[in-house]
Design a protein. Structure first.
Length: 401
């Protein structure tokens, strides 16, 4: 049976199986809305309830960022795009055998709870008070982790940033560094409507005092980061209205540091899942105390220079290893083992043995430039990869105006 025929058959089956509400009169005279299919994606469907949940999530995020909400029809189209892309990526991950265990999901949930100033119990309690269950949040987190691992293998692992690209970028942004600078600002907020009276303008004036990057909205920081004292910004629009900032003074920013890592690695050749599975087995043995990292590195690693040293790499920093390697190290605790990950060199299993901060303004700027270039290229390559997924899929949108 062709993919199109399978999708049509699925559509008929879903129409039969979806809950049906008889057209009987309710106490208030209103009929309960039917669950509908808003998109068919290969052999799966997207339902109205899923679309409305995604619209609500996007609306909350836009408001939290202080941005203006787009029109409702635009928001629904974007939400449906997100759900279609999610379906395609989860299906691809399943075909490639990519999964996430409960331990990884629990760790991500603990990090989410910590960012919100609570613990897992508090996160569950907040979920019960909101419009999404804790299990829905847990499923969303699992899906995000699976998609992240898929993108790492399919896109990010092959990206490399050359020294010349870094040189060119540093030259362009030499004055734009996120050093520990504090800015002294004055602020005018013009609440909508946009034509306040002089009295309203005076009441809106605020002296923000000394603020660091973490204490200011990114909208404000980006507008004044490179300015000289006395700079007055053009009006900046947010969800609250129009903002005008004056940079009174700046201080700090004389030093910067770069993180360096000391690690051991085992490298296997190839880009298939067989190498990943072998490293996953080694990781299980190491965590169970059934093997020694140095011995495994000498016996199994194809990176001869580090293999003969038991996998020891010495101190490494930005520019010393591929971006995918550095990304795997970031956030690890000393003594921890990474999940198997791929770079242009092959598949890696890494143990972080130590890390340090080294003061070096030039190295710091180059590291920042490399991270920015890497993120941009990942984003560009990911969009091209997603476009190919869509082109090779059967997608039928059934969203009503």
């Amino acid at each position: 049976m062709s993919r199109l025929a399978q999708s049509i058959a699925l559509l008929w089956a879903a129409a039969v199986l979806l809950p049906f509400t008889p057209a009987t009169a309710q106490d208030d005279g209103a009929a309960q809305a039917l669950e509908r299919i808003v998109a068919v994606v290969n052999d799966s469907v997207v339902l109205t309830s899923e679309l409305e949940a995604e619209v609500a999530r996007m609306r909350r995020r836009v408001r939290e960022q202080g941005n203006d909400l787009p029109p409702q029809d635009v928001l629904r189209e974007r939400a449906l795009d997100n759900l279609i892309d999610e379906r395609l990526q989860l299906a691809r991950a399943q075909r490639r055998g990519i999964s996430v265990d409960d331990a990884a999901v629990n760790e991500a949930l603990r990090n989410m709870a910590s960012e919100r100033g609570t613990d897992l119990a508090g996160l569950r309690e907040r979920a019960e008070q909101g419009d999404r269950s804790f299990e829905q949040i847990r499923t969303d987190v699992r899906h995000r982790l699976i998609i992240s691992r898929l993108r790492q293998r399919a896109v990010a692992a092959d990206i490399q940033i050359s020294a010349q690209e870094v040189d060119d970028f540093v030259a362009r942004i030499e004055r734009a560094s996120d050093r520990q600078v504090q800015l002294r600002l004055r602020h005018i907020l013009i609440e909508l409507p946009d034509e306040p009276t002089p009295d309203e303008l005076e009441r809106a004036r605020q002296r923000l005092g000394w603020r660091g990057q973490a204490e200011l909205p990114s909208l404000f920081w980006d507008a004044v980061e490179d300015g000289e004292p006395g700079t007055i910004t053009d009006p900046l629009r947010s969800g609250r209205g129009l903002h005008v900032l004056k940079l009174v003074d700046r201080r700090g920013g004389s030093t910067a540091s770069v993180t360096e890592y000391q690690a051991r690695q085992i490298v296997l050749p190839g880009d298939d899942d067989q190498a990943r599975s072998r490293l996953a087995t080694m990781r299980q043995r190491l965590r169970a105390g059934e093997a020694d990292f140095a011995e495994l590195a000498r016996a199994e690693s194809v990176h001869s220079e580090t293999a003969q040293r038991g996998g020891r790499m010495g101190w490494i920093g930005p520019g010393d290893v591929p971006p995918a390697f550095l990304q795997a190290l970031q956030g690890m605790q000393v003594g921890a083992l990474s999940e198997p990950f791929r770079s242009p060199m092959g598949w890696h299993l890494v143990e972080l043995t130590d890390q340090r901060e080294r003061s070096d303004v030039e190295a710091y700027r180059r590291a920042r430039a490399r991270r920015t270039l890497y993120r941009r290229q990942v984003e560009q390559e990911t969009q091209q990869w997603l476009r190919k997924l869509r082109e090779n899929a059967f997608i039928e949108r059934r969203l009503e105006p």
